[in-house]
Design a protein around this ligand. Structure first.
Ligand code: XMP
Length: 324
């Protein structure tokens, strides 16, 4: 793709000029397409003077951390630091049930951990970390200039404002003129695996807002296992790329079930799958009954602590994509 290759060459030159010959750049990577494409561009432009930080907040999907490590570090050669901060996040979330409070705590803990790690990886040769990479896309730019979309006003999303102020960093946003499909095209050219390029979005607070109510390690485990089965079946049925986003949420209610001749009394999983172009409005995805039957039966049989599975058939609006 001629235009995209052109974009890459121009952007790499621009980054080199901006950063100069000695300064260092840090950036958070999540395992999503935007942050990975941004990180790979930085790597191409300034090599190991770009430091990617992946914070495992204990709220990631199953196998996520291992996959990110494999793909970014071993696969793409990005200078990556993985931080296992699950205990810190879950400790701070103890006893908290309000969704906005949960988001705020997760966001603040993230900034805290990120700053600490930046300090630890600071180059010893005296060169300075001067820039922060941010995977902002064009729609985000527009949204923040012209209007506040529903997800912005209804839910507090991740925000790097604090990082810039506290650490006195300058922002680098190489993707700020691109739409999502262009970022994907770019990702392909940069050698990012298809699986990652076409990955569904995943919210910063992760499973923390998919465990309704208090977030505890055992609740996270249930939600994570159920989610894994759901996504595994979606992929096995060739449906992943027809769906914009899919996940399992764990409800804080118990329901009666029966296993063999035993009465059970355990929690409920809600499955959510949507189709959308912009995430401002969304329709629920129409699965075949047999598919839902299979997923429900696998989840109840394979995940301890779940007695019942429901499928969310609410559009956005009036419901949001996430349950919290
Ligand atoms: P809602 O639930 O607002 O979701 O309809 C729209 C899209 O935004 C994602 N989302 C978030 N992403 N931090 C994020 O980084 C958040 O706090 C957050 N809340 C929702 C959601 O997954 C969907 O893709």
């Amino acid at each position: 793709n001629w235009t995209m290759q052109n974009f890459i060459d121009t952007e790499i030159k621009r980054i080199r000029t901006l950063v100069g010959p000695t300064a260092e750049v840090i950036g958070a990577v999540s395992g999503g397409v935007d942050s990975t494409v941004g990180a790979k561009l930085m790597k191409e432009a300034i090599g190991d003077r770009f430091h990617a930080i992946y914070v495992d907040n204990g709220l990631m999907r199953k196998n996520e951390t291992v996959t990110v490590k494999k793909t970014l570090d071993e696969g793409l050669g990005i200078n990556l630091t993985v931080v296992d901060a699950g205990d810190e996040f879950l400790g701070n979330l103890k006893g908290i049930t309000d969704p906005e409070k949960k988001r705020k705590i997760i966001g603040n803990t993230f900034i805290h951990v990120f700053e600490r790690v930046s300090e630890e990886i600071k180059p010893k040769d005296g060169s300075k970390i001067e820039f922060l990479l941010q995977g902002t896309l064009y729609p985000d730019v527009i949204e923040s200039i012209s209007f506040k979309g529903p997800s912005q006003t209804i839910k507090t999303h991740h925000n790097v404002g604090g990082l810039l102020e506290d650490m006195k960093l300058k922002l680098i946003e190489p993707l700020r003129e691109l739409f999502k499909d262009e970022v994907r095209a770019l990702g392909k050219i940069l050698g990012i695996p298809d699986e990652l390029v076409w990955r569904h979005p995943f919210p910063g607070p992760g499973i923390g807002i998919r465990v309704l109510g208090e977030v505890t390690p055992s609740q996270v485990k249930i939600a994570r296992e159920a989610d894994y089965i759901f996504i595994e079946e979606i992929k096995a049925h060739g449906l992943y790329n027809n769906i914009s986003q899919a996940f399992a949420a764990l409800l804080p209610v118990k329901s009666v079930g029966v296993v063999g001749d035993q009465r059970t009394y355990e929690q409920v999983i809600a499955l959510r799958a949507i189709e959308t172009t912009d995430f401002m409005t969304a329709d629920w995805y129409v699965f075949e009954a047999a598919f839902l039957k299979k997923v429900a039966s696998r989840i109840v049989n394979e995940v301890d602590g779940v007695a019942r599975v429901t499928y969310d058939i609410t559009s956005k609006p009036p419901a949001t994509v996430e349950w919290e």
